[in-house]
Design a protein around this ligand. Structure first.
Ligand code: ADP
Length: 404
């Protein structure tokens, strides 16, 4: 088995150095193609990059095609760096735009240096070597090495090694992303099998001799319900696949969050009334605008408030709150319903996940929350849930606010 955790001792002469490092690079490259699981793959890449360039930190940034933004995805020795968005005007952004490696020997003298990462992680970035990750002629991200261990400058050899590693890494990363998508297809086929089996069985029963007209109606109703379910799964699945692959086109504009909230409340009030659930809105008069896709944000509100109504019972209430603080808008949807058991909470945003026992209470595909999460992330926001079983659930998401 290939071991990545055994660093090579520092070579003695320049010649040995190059040969040894290239050999090491081949070993690392082979190990990269042996996993299709994206998070550990990214960790391996940054660990290898740090070893090859002998630097204090290495990080990998990937372009999110939904938003077109560059995100930190993994880093060595830099807790908290994950998910930081880096603007295209940054050093990494210029590597994306030129598709060429870049050395910045002194970040304090380069206006492109984006110091928010240093602020958040409490490190000091003095120098950077950044190479593009190119797969199938497309730049998919950037691999960065930060601060040589010996305090010196990056060399031509560092560029060569990091570029060679970046080439291998890009292919492995793209394969892992494609694999995630094929995994999704396997899951959808699996999920559709249950309603399909019901349809086949009831269609068969319908044709049996002696079926009464009341039974015919009942079986036809079940067939209709299961067919609707397949149709719902198919459209949610397509939506998710588009969001995950970056093919979902977000039409971004200036959006008033209050309008989005009240529109969703208007749509869902009849359902809430039918179930005798009260919908309460606690939104200040003037909320700052956000940059986003109004339709998609409407979908987020429909999913969260719709779920709250779906899982609550008569007498329960659902409260939608919004508040803004500095550059963030926070919206929460809190209900007094059954809540979510502690052991289910970590899985709640997984594809097709439904809390055990949900099936008998309410219909659904288990895709609403992951779609909601993807939409919020595509807007540069985050979503979280807090709940105690028997005491309701609160979903809270943030969105960046437009600078005034
Ligand atoms: P669906 O509602 O179609 O099952 P979601 O992805 O929207 O799928 O939700 C996943 C699961 O999370 C649901 O099946 C349900 O078990 C649980 N859930 C979501 N929202 C709530 C809520 N407000 N209260 C209790 N459980 C919830």
């Amino acid at each position: 088995m290939v071991r990545l955790d055994q660093p090579l001792s520092r070579p003695q002469t320049q010649k040995e150095n190059r040969a040894d490092w290239l050999e090491r690079l081949i070993t690392i490259s082979r190990s990269l193609s042996s996993t299709l699981n994206l998070p550990p793959l990214l960790d391996r890449i940054v660990t290898a990059a740090q070893e090859l360039t002998q630097t204090e930190f290495c990080s990998i940034l990937l372009i999110d095609h939904r938003s077109g933004q560059l995100y930190f995805k993994a880093a060595t020795n830099l807790p908290g760096v994950h998910s930081i968005v880096v603007p295209m005007e940054s050093i990494a952004g210029s590597v994306v735009q030129t598709g060429k490696p870049l050395i910045v020997p002194d970040t304090s003298k380069d206006a492109r240096f984006y110091n928010k990462v240093d602020e958040q992680t409490h490190i000091t970035t003095r120098s950077i070597l950044a190479v593009p990750l190119i797969a199938r002629d497309e730049v998919i991200g950037v691999l960065e090495a930060i601060n040589k261990d010996d305090g010196g400058d990056f060399t031509a050899e560092d560029i060569e090694l990091l570029t060679l590693l970046g080439d291998q890494a890009a292919v492995a990363v793209q394969n892992a992303i494609l694999f995630q998508q094929s995994d999704l297809i396997a899951e959808i086929v699996h999920e559709m099998r249950t309603p399909l089996t019901a349809i086949i069985s009831y269609a068969d029963l319908l044709q049996r001799p002696g079926v009464t007209s009341a039974q015919c109606c009942q079986f036809a109703g079940i067939i209709q319900h299961e067919a609707d379910r397949i149709s719902g799964i198919a459209s949610s699945f397509l939506d998710l696949a588009r969001l995950e692959s970056g093919r979902a086109h977000l039409t971004k504009g200036r959006v008033d969050p209050s309008t989005v909230i009240y529109m969703a409340v208007n749509v869902l009030t009849p359902q809430a009334d039918d179930k005798q659930i009260s919908l309460l809105v606690d939104v200040p008069d003037a909320l700052p605008l956000v940059t986003g896709d109004a339709q998609r944000l409407h979908q987020v509100m429909l999913n969260l408030v719709g779920n709250a109504i779906k899982y609550c019972q008569a007498g329960d209430s659902v409260t939608i709150k919004a508040e803004s603080e500095q550059d963030r808008l926070t919206i929460s949807v809190a209900d007094t319903g059954p809540g979510i058991p502690a052991d289910a909470l970590p899985h709640i945003f997984e594809r097709f996940y439904r809390v055990p026992g949900t099936e008998s209470k309410a219909s659904g595909a288990g895709l609403g929350l992951i779609i909601t999460q993807k939409i919020i992330e595509a807007h540069g926001g985050e979503i979280a849930v807090s709940s105690e079983e028997g005491h309701g659930a609160t979903f809270t998401f943030t969105l960046p606010v437009e600078s005034q």
